[in-house]
Design a protein around this ligand. Structure first.
Ligand code: BGP
Length: 458
């Protein structure tokens, strides 16, 4: 099963604010994830995994792991501390060193232009993604990256998980609106990000010969909770709204008709300008990257949503519930479902016919460092193995799935839960409250993945 996968991009993923630390060093400005208020006792972005200072050691580990690609993001406020205006050369130099070292090691850089860390100044000045000015600040920033790194980096991701950005106040920085105004704002932000992304596509196509660019979708694979036609419809609507609306904007330049009507009926449709249509239709994604962790179910909305789901899963058109067939564990609360990954691949391929890349998939656990320096993370190995098998099945059926880049290379700051929740192949010796020595230890999954990649080359 594993051999003859020579061209498959076995990778590992990360993002700047979750690993770098040094959040006020070397000219870096603050971003929304630096300024958000974290719960007491939970780590913030100041040190994270200390990659900013330990990048050489970490990239050597990456080489030892044997991956063919490394997904990392560039911190927007490290390049433009205010999001726009003055460029910070030190920031560009830092990423240039990373890219050069990766290439020296034969590892393909897979670069996310923007992964949740919106420069705070753009929120203060323009209301972040609610202001059209942010579209042009992003355009200028993305263009700078393509000009600097376009010769060396061929694989690009425009925006990581626009779905999470539009809904999460910690990421978009819009904290003061009442519920109704915020809900409407979600779609305005979505729309502005779509316009920004199109400008990035345009510049990438101009400036990066042979490059590929596309979004990284937080793909929600949603099953009907039963075979009742109303539950089936609820699941279709949820998937169309949460997954396909954003991807349709990236690929087709429009919002699906049913969703347009839904948003208009609820007075949620974003404000547009005449000139936007041309831009939206002029450029398209070259590939679709997507992040997949688990699947959900949806049932008919019966007048109230008393589920314990996060607010962005709530709507008057469906009620999202956990998948009863999923395997739940301490941190994988929605239940894991490896077959759901293959079904997601089918759905994306059928709808868009574009090459695919899995840019996140992983198992969160509270890993324990043994006295011997070992970390036994068999559950993670099982999870990754089962998901990879689904990928290979899809490839054998003829679907162009270019690679698999699990979350994450290193233990890193979780989106919400700090350092208690770990995903890495490499353990970072710190806790939320105690920085310890930040030493790196290879988990059992590290050796498992290393061997798997070696076997794939035979
Ligand atoms: C994705 C993000 C990643 C990472 C991952 C794990 O949504 O793109 O940056 O955070 O989720 O989630 P969490 O850290 O919340 O467990």
């Amino acid at each position: 099963m594993i051999n003859e996968r020579k061209d498959f991009l076995f990778g590992a993923s990360s993002s700047a604010f979750q690993i770098e630390g040094a959040n006020k060093e070397a000219g870096k400005g603050l971003s929304t994830v630096d300024t958000r208020v974290v719960k007491e006792g939970i780590a913030d972005t100041s040190v994270a995994s200390d990659f900013y200072h330990r990048w050489e050691e970490d990239l050597a580990l990456l080489k030892e792991l044997g991956v063919k690609s490394f997904r990392f993001s560039i911190s927007w406020p490290r390049i433009y501390p205010e999001g726009e205006g003055k460029l910070n050369q030190e920031g560009l130099d830092f990423y240039e060193k990373i890219i050069d070292r990766l290439l020296e090691y034969g590892i393909e850089p897979l670069v996310t232009v923007y992964h949740f860390d919106l420069p705070q100044n753009l929120v203060d000045k323009y209301n972040g993604w609610l202001g059209r000015e942010t579209i042009y600040a992003y355009e200028n920033y993305a263009k700078t990256l393509f000009e600097y790194f376009g010769e060396k980096v061929k694989y690009w991701i425009s925006i990581n998980e626009p779905l999470m950005v539009m809904y999460s106040k910690d990421f978009n920085g819009i904290r003061k609106l009442n519920d109704a105004a915020y809900q409407k704002a979600n779609y305005q932000m979505m729309y502005h990000m779509a316009l920004a992304e199109k400008l990035a596509f345009k510049w990438c196509h101009h400036l990066v010969p042979g490059g590929k660019i596309g979004p990284a979708s937080a793909f929600q694979n949603i099953y009907p909770a039963s075979a009742s036609a109303k539950d089936v419809e609820a699941a279709m609507t949820a998937e169309e709204l949460l997954s396909f609306t954003l991807l349709d904007l990236s690929v087709r330049g429009s919002i699906p008709n049913r969703i347009q009507k839904m948003l208009k009926d609820q007075d949620m449709y974003p404000e547009t300008e005449e000139e936007d249509a041309g831009l939206l239709h002029s450029e398209s994604a070259d590939w679709i990257c997507f992040n997949y962790y688990a699947s959900l179910c949806a049932e008919e909305y019966r007048g109230k949503d008393d589920s314990s789901m996060p607010p962005f899963f709530r709507s008057k058109f469906y009620r999202i519930v956990s998948n009863p067939m999923g395997n739940q564990s301490e941190w994988m609360i929605f239940g894991t479902d490896s077959v759901g990954l293959r079904l997601s691949i089918y759905k994306l391929w059928q709808r868009y016919n574009l090459p695919l890349m899995i840019t996140e998939n992983g198992y969160a656990n509270s890993d324990e460092l043994e006295e011997t320096g070992e970390i036994h993370d068999q559950d993670r190995i099982t999870y990754l193995q089962e998901h990879l098998e689904q990928c290979f099945q899809a490839i054998d059926e003829g679907i162009p799935l270019l690679g698999y880049s699990p979350w994450s290379f290193l233990d890193s700051l979780s989106g919400r839960e700090g350092f208690a929740k770990r995903y890495g192949f490499v353990y970072v010796n710190r806790t939320d409250q105690d920085l310890k020595d930040l030493k790196r230890y290879k988990k059992d999954s590290f050796y498992w993945y290393q061997q798997l990649i070696q076997e794939s080359e035979r």
